[in-house]
Structure formats: C-alpha cells, structure tokens
Design a protein around this ligand. Structure first.
Ligand code: NAD
Ligand code: TYD
Length: 351
C-alpha cells in the first residue's frame, strides 16, 4: 500500500510526512513543485529512507500525475499542494488560480481516470483527501457561533476564493462521478518548518533579528490556532475513518487576537532568549491593514470529535512554547530559508 501526498515539502505536508513515518512503514510518494514554499530541507531526515519517494513536479501536469498513479497505485491521495499565503494572493492572484483551482481540477481528473479503472477491494478502499481551510467560510462577527461544516461559503480573499473553488470541485466530483472524497477545513496552523512569511514564525524570526514586528491594523483580528502535529493526527483520523463525501472542520479551540499572539511570542522570547536591548515588545509596529482583512475565524470541531474521537493534544501554551524552542534550535533552517525568493518577497511586502 502507498499514499500519494501532494505538497509534502511545504509546512503542513512535510510535518505530515515526518509524522506518518513515526508510526507507519507504508510508503509515501511525495509530489511537490518546490515553489518558494517547498523546502526539501524539511525532509532531510528522510534522506536514503526507501519509504519516501520524492518527485519534483506540478499537480497540473496530467501526464506526470497519470504516470505516478499507474506506477505506484496509491490507496489514497492526500492533497496538500497549494499556494497558501493570503498576502501573496492579494499581490498576485494568478498563481492561486493556477495551482489551487486548475491544479486541483487536473488532479481530480487524473484521480477519476485512475479510480474508474480500479477493481475489487483496491477500488472500494480508495479515497481522495482534500486539505482545505476555514477561510472559505469568510469572516465572523465577534459573538457569532464558530464555523460548523454547514456554514455557508463566503470567501473574501483571492486565496480563500481559490480554496473555496477547489472545495466545490472536490464536492462536485463526488456528487457527479461518485469519486470517493473527503474534505477537511482547518484553522491556522503553527509549529516547526512554518515559512517565516506567516504571522507566528515571522514574529519569532524578526524579533530575534531585532527587526520590527508588523501588526496589521489594530491587531484585534481573531484566528483559531492549531499546532501542526494536531492537524496531522486529525488528517490520519479522517483518512482512517472519515465518511466519504463528508467534510470535517479541524480546529484547536484556541481563539486569539493577533495582538495576543505577538505579545505571547515576545514574552516567551524574553524568557528563553532575552535581548540586551530590552523586551521584544519594543519592536512591535502597527502597519497598514491587509485589504479585505477578515476579522474573525473560529472552528467548531465537534463533528470530528463526535465521529472520530479526535481532539487536539496541544493547548496553545504547550504548542507555542514548542514552536519558539524549535525556531531557537533551528537557526540554520531559518538562515537557509531567508535567502532568494523569500528576501525579495519581504522587501516587496514590507519594504
Ligand atoms: P505551504 O505554502 O507551506 O506549502 C505548499 C506546498 O505545495 C509547497 O511545498 C509547494 O512547493 C507545493 N506546491 C505549490 N504549488 C504546487 C503545484 N502546482 N504542484 C505541486 N506542488 C505545489 O502550505 P501549507 O501551509 O503547508 O498548507 C498546506 C495545505 O493546507 C494548503 O492546501 C492550505 O490551503 C491548507 N491549509 C493551511 C493552513 C495553514 O495555517 N498553513 C490552514 C488551513 C489549511
Ligand atoms: P497569516 O499567518 O498570514 O495567516 P492567515 O491570513 O491565513 O490567517 O496571518 C495571520 C493573522 O496575522 C492575520 O490576521 C494577518 C495577521 N498578520 C499581521 O498582523 N502581520 C503580519 O506580518 C502577518 C504576516 C500577518
């Protein structure tokens, strides 16, 4: 048996692959285009490991996907590959439409052809797992109940619109063609190997470098935060027992304002790596808000708990402490990432 993982060199995908091999010897074929966000250094510990087969390639390359499916005969596809950063989607939406919408379409069509030709038990156990986001549901009022799976789709950014479109394609391929799919919609992840363009790693990395900590607008936007290994365990639970055609929301039960997040990161750094110049909060700067910035996301994760018995193992306190420790221990990884495309992007965004 084999899994095909797309986007397995990115933040969540690489955590998924690494966690998978802690508990299973089932091989993974990892298809990743290695965009600026894909980093093979995340998978360095798997070098020479026969269970991991990395393929550099695009999910939109039908011939390549067809040949990988024919050669490796996966029992499931876990689709992580995407353009994932909201700010980048505002500056340049085209790549998001290409990968998240067209790429998912191509992957679904290749999967359909593969699945239609399958027979027997292989066909009955096969599934396509689409990894998506809570951002497809749009923005919540301060006292509104958290997103359930029945919440209407109201995507507000080019990123969330492209993910919503991909969710709709996955749904339609199930409804029309009977493709065995399941979709998970997850809140903001954080943890090891998180690319430092996203809030938490950016704040850690900038603080340690004595650079400004840019908070958009008033910093009172709320996100739910989920430690990445909890997301990976939820995906394993859905892969093992999720009902086909269903969607499952995955969240950490940790609603926090951006202001709270940045202050917590600063306090942990003051404790673990104090600066002679004084508390890290001195670096906080309020910058122009993101256009169309969603005010609040919150996840109601009761369905996955009820049906599959999954709950996050980490609290925000334990998860953020592990995360800050990881970045302090992996200065070499950060230095590696902070070159080339990443630096150009930071200049464009904050310069
Ligand atoms: P990421 O940007 O860190 O990684 C994306 C990976 O996909 C990279 O390795 C990149 O090289 C690869 N990729 C991009 N385009 C590709 C293409 N055309 N073909 C093949 N590979 C391609 O993203 P992430 O944070 O790991 O997110 C993974 C998935 O989880 C995405 O689908 C995202 O929408 C979803 N998600 C992320 C979060 C979060 O907080 N990061 C929350 C909810 C859902
Ligand atoms: P981000 O990590 O980009 O994730 P998303 O937009 O997908 O939720 O941003 C998380 C929150 O942090 C979001 O409300 C935007 C805010 N933010 C800042 O205030 N400053 C920053 O430099 C970044 C990158 C994000």
């Amino acid at each position: 048996m084999t899994l095909l993982v797309t986007g397995g060199a990115g933040f969540i995908g690489s955590n998924f692959v690494l966690d998978w091999f802690k508990a299973s010897d089932e091989p993974i074929v990892n298809l990743d285009a290695l965009t600026y966000a894909g980093n093979l250094a995340n998978l360095a510990s798997l070098q020479g490991d026969a269970r991991h087969h990395f393929v550099k390639g695009d999910i939109g390359d039908r011939e390549l996907v067809d040949s990988l499916l024919a050669t490796h005969r996966p029992r499931a596809i876990l689709h992580f590959a995407a353009e994932s950063h909201v700010d980048r989607s505002i500056h340049g939406p085209a790549a998001f439409m290409k990968t998240n919408v067209e790429g998912t379409f191509t992957l679904l069509e290749a999967t359909r052809a593969y699945w239609v030709a399958m027979t027997g038990e292989a066909k009955s156990v096969f599934r396509f797992h689409h990894v998506s986001t809570d951002e497809v549901y749009g923005s919540l009022k301060p006292d509104a109940p958290a997103f359930t799976e029945a919440h209407p789709y109201e995507p507000n950014s080019p990123y969330s619109a492209s993910k919503a479109a991909s969710d709709h394609l996955v749904r339609a391929w199930h409804h029309t063609y009977g493709l065995p799919v399941v979709t998970t919609n997850c809140s903001n992840n954080y943890g090891p190997y998180h690319f430092p363009e996203k809030l938490i790693p950016l704040m850690i990395v900038n603080a340690l470098a004595g650079k400004p900590l840019p908070i958009y607008g008033d910093g009172q936007q709320v996100r739910d935060w989920l430690f990445v290994s909890d997301h990976c365990s939820a995906i394993r639970a859905v892969l093992a027992g999720g009902r086909l055609g269903e969607t499952y929301n995955i969240g950490g039960w940790n609603e926090k304002t951006n202001h709270e997040i940045v202050h917590r990161v600063c306090a942990l750094l003051d404790e673990l790596s104090p600066s002679a110049a004084g508390p890290y909060t001195r670096l906080i700067t309020h910058v122009t808000d993101r256009p169309g910035h969603d005010r609040r996301y919150a996840i109601d994760a009761r369905k996955i708990e009820r049906e599959l018995g999954w709950r996050p193992a980490e609290t925000f306190e334990t998860g953020i402490r592990k995360t800050v420790h990881w970045y302090l221990d992996h200065a070499d990884w950060v230095a590696d990432v902070q070159s080339g495309a990443y630096r150009a992007w930071v200049d464009k965004q904050y310069g």
